[in-house]
Design a protein around this ligand. Structure first.
Ligand SMILES: [Fe+2]
Length: 398
């Protein structure tokens, strides 16, 4: 049997000149990021191999809005319980601050569990390092309080009904939780590069509602000293206007978020933001829960449904195609795969090993830990620990 010539790889290549390819200019133009950096070189992220510069020109060397030469003249969002004001702030500035969203008791329950877990994971050798600080991933497994937050249950978050309503309005009914993890800003850490959390959906940027909305749980006071989140207020509008193929001109400066413990910041997935620099000698934690539109997932849940024998013999390419290769924005397991590029065969983000451990009854999840956890608990053969070590070994050998 001869294959029709039109279907051969050589023929396809010969008839796929750049100018003939669909959407090529649009998808490959690198915009709006290219123009954003060209017109705003101060937004360039720091070199992680160099000491952090204190030059005020850099985006991470800023302050809170009320002390900021530029922003102090604007009516930026203040923490409030008024849903009408919250709506107006979210639309105009891309973020709003729910005052006392967690009561003092709720806030303490949340923070205590977070700090205990952070200490336990460090002691168990599971500290999840990032350039900004320690992350605590997959909070759902690390305390009842976190599942209650994912439900917006007033038992854990007294402003739950307000959050539910704002999510229904922005994402539409049926929205789901995309992730819930805690971001640490550690003393001596670097700032995060400014980014939008809806980045992967950039080609589908619309002029209307976002496809991702974040809720940031703030269990301790944050400001310009301890690494309050860096934000460009109103930047979602500039991003929306530029779209994925358009250009961005000069942007207004960043601020550090200033908020009291118990505040929840709701922010549009298209606002430029990133973790700030912690100038104190104590870790600073916030926790971000992203929520996304109901359809943001694969129709078939392959990670569960693919049969063990099919999985065993699957090529790297097939594993990737089925969604078993995690990347920053998708399919991470207990944080494994965050910062991965999601490329075929990439060791960091290969989640087949988790599914196989699950099939074998050996999947050991990291559960509640603290410094007082037993030696047995601290030394368990955690699947994510094994996966992280395997990925490190692969990167050293390759
Ligand atoms: Fe983010």
């Amino acid at each position: 049997m001869t294959v029709p010539i039109e279907f051969t790889a050589e023929y396809v290549e010969a008839h796929s000149a750049p100018e003939e390819q669909l959407y090529r200019d649009f998808l490959r133009c690198g915009e709006p990021w290219r123009s954003m950096y060209a017109n705003n070189p101060w937004l360039t992220p720091p070199d992680l191999n160099q000491p952090l510069s204190s030059d005020p020109a850099h985006y991470w060397n800023t302050t809170v809005a009320r002390k900021h030469d530029y922003w102090k003249n604007f009516d930026l969002p203040q923490a409030t319980k008024d849903i009408r004001q919250l709506r107006a702030d979210l639309k105009e500035w891309g973020f709003c601050l729910i005052e006392d969203a967690m009561s003092a008791e709720q806030c303490k329950r949340f923070l205590d569990r977070l700090l205990e877990q952070a200490a336990g994971e460090r002691k168990a050798g599971l500290r999840y390092p990032t350039p900004t600080g320690q992350y605590i991933n997959t909070l759902i497994n690390k305390g009842d309080v976190f599942g209650e937050c994912i439900e917006q249950n007033p038992s854990a978050v007294q402003a739950g009904p307000v959050i539910e309503q704002l999510m229904n309005e922005t994402l539409g009914a049926g929205w789901i939780c995309h992730s819930f993890l805690s971001n640490g800003a550690d003393p001596g850490g670097y700032p995060q590069g400014l980014h939008i959390d809806q980045g992967p959906l950039l080609p589908f940027m619309t002029t209307q509602a976002p496809a991702l909305v974040n809720t940031m749980y703030i269990p301790q006071d944050v400001d310009e000293v301890n690494g309050g989140t860096l934000l460009i207020p109103g930047s979602h509008k500039i991003l929306i206007e530029a779209g994925s193929g358009g250009a961005i001109g000069k942007l207004p400066p960043t601020i550090n978020l200033e908020a009291r413990a118990g505040t929840i910041m709701v922010f549009d997935g298209r606002v430029l933001h990133g973790t700030g620099v912690n100038h104190t000698d104590k870790q600073r934690f916030v926790a971000t829960m992203s929520n996304v539109t109901s359809w943001t997932r694969t129709q078939e849940n392959w990670v569960i449904s693919v049969a063990p024998d099919v999985l065993e013999k699957a090529s790297d390419k097939l594993l990737h195609r089925l969604g078993l290769q995690a990347l920053t924005y998708g399919a991470t397991i207990e944080g494994f795969g965050l910062s991965g590029r999601g490329r075929v065969g990439e060791a960091w983000g290969s989640i087949k090993q988790f599914r196989q451990a699950y099939d074998n009854g050996t999947y050991e999840r990291v559960r509640e830990l603290s410094e007082d956890s037993s030696v047995d608990e601290l030394n368990k053969a955690y699947t994510v620990g094994i996966a992280m070590q395997a990925a490190r070994d692969a990167s050293h050998s390759g």
